[in-house]
Design a protein around this ligand. Sequence first.
Ligand code: FES
Length: 106
Amino acid sequence: PSIVYVQPDGSRQTITADVGSTVMATAMAHGVPGIVAECGGSAMCATCHVYVDEGSLAGLPPVSEVEDAMLASAASERRDNSRLSCQLVLAPGMETLVVNIPERQV
Ligand code: FES
């Protein structure tokens, strides 16, 4: 699958990701700016917040209770398409996932 990271200024970076990896880990491995991931992927920090593009929402795992609670304390406004990118695991069959990086994470 490939992930398109869209920065707040509209610039885009497309990265080929491994099945089983996450949107957060792929960003960290490729130095994508704007994803901080202070807790390292444990759904404990909300600094990996992204807005998933409407066209990419289908096929994502549901928001868990822990994720839901963390999203409530995200630094940028929470929206209907807000997710913690460390909880977005790339499944087989996924093609392109477009995520928008919020203005700030802390
Ligand atoms: Fe901390 Fe995702 S990396 S919640």
